[in-house]
Design a protein around this ligand. Structure first.
Ligand code: GLN
Length: 293
């Protein structure tokens, strides 16, 4: 679709104004244009100098997408069907949680743990509630000699995770299973070197108060952690000692305000040592780590 730079600049300006009026960051207009491939950041800076641009979509299609963003609060990642996480480009849909930047740190923490204890790198690692597969892909890179198992209870999300694995040429590195938490992994009881999870952790009553992008467009299965948000984390604290070998790592993401309770749950279970809380870049206590005794 050939249009002039001036025409696109006009649309971009109106779209930015619409964003500001709707309380959406105006930078998202450029994000959308860049994702539609033909527009690099540099092209966008000098649009009016471009006599013609070959866009993969028409201006009216662009406008239709942008109206979905403004009116229906559809996340931009859903409009373009993908997101960027660590250095991966991942397909996303309403069937999977959009991987968040803070979750990237969970993989760094695993890499750090392996640096301190290289023996952990050899064994079986699990990503429970894999969603788009993001954590499993991160693990496969910091564990070149490990076996990665990724579990999710949703068939739709596993289809996306498998597709992402294919695109990233990582399908040989990761075994995918459909099931509830450890259930497909019973043969690995006592043999697992590391469990990593970004489980649902939002208290049910808080979900309607989240941004509409999240509450109306992301899967509640991946968000809703029950009454106090800790149902899944409590379950993982309780059950992981049966699956981790002594010295195995337990690592989860959680919500602001949950750290103290999660640390107490880990202590009370009596099977963990070196319990540690780590904050994200916004200084929110976001991750809990522990080792199987
Ligand atoms: N971090 C997500 C959010 O902010 C929640 C993810 C989760 O529940 N695991 O909405």
């Amino acid at each position: 679709m050939i249009i002039s730079g001036r025409e696109l600049q006009g649309w971009r300006q109106r779209a930015r104004e619409g964003a500001i009026a709707a309380g959406i960051p105006p930078e998202e207009v450029d994000w959308l244009l860049r994702e539609l491939e033909e527009c690099s950041a540099l092209t966008l800076q000098f649009l009016v100098d471009r006599p013609s641009l070959d866009l993969p979509v028409s201006l009216s299609e662009l406008e239709r997408l942008w109206q979905c963003r403004l009116r229906d609060r559809v996340p931009l990642q859903h409009l373009v069907g993908r997101t960027h996480w660590r250095h991966f480009t991942l397909k996303v849909s309403p069937d999977v949680l959009i991987p968040r930047p803070e979750t990237e740190i969970l993989v760094d923490l695993v890499a750090e743990a392996i640096g301190q204890n290289p023996a952990l790198a050899e064994g079986h690692w699990v990503d429970l509630g894999t969603g788009s597969g993001a954590i499993a892909f991160g693990l496969s890179e910091c564990l070149p000699r490990g076996t990665i198992h990724a579990v999710d209870s949703s068939a739709e999300s596993l289809a996306i995770a498998r597709e992402n694995a294919r695109m990233l040429v990582l399908e040989e590195r990761i075994k995918f299973y459909r099931g509830s938490w450890w259930q497909p992994l019973s043969s690995l009881a006592g043999k697992i070197s590391g469990m990593v999870s970004n489980p649902p952790y939002i208290p049910s009553a808080l979900i309607p108060q989240l941004q509409p992008e999240v509450s109306q467009h992301e899967p509640h299965l991946a968000l809703d952690g029950g009454c106090d948000g800790l149902d899944a984390i409590r379950y993982l604290v309780e059950t992981a000692p049966d699956y981790l070998h002594p010295g195995g790592l337990w690592a989860v993401e959680m919500m602001d305000g949950q750290a103290e309770t999660v640390a107490r749950l880990l202590e009370k279970r009596g099977q963990y040592c070196h319990i540690r809380i780590v904050s994200d870049l916004a200084k929110i206590d976001r991750f809990a780590l522990a080792y199987r005794q």
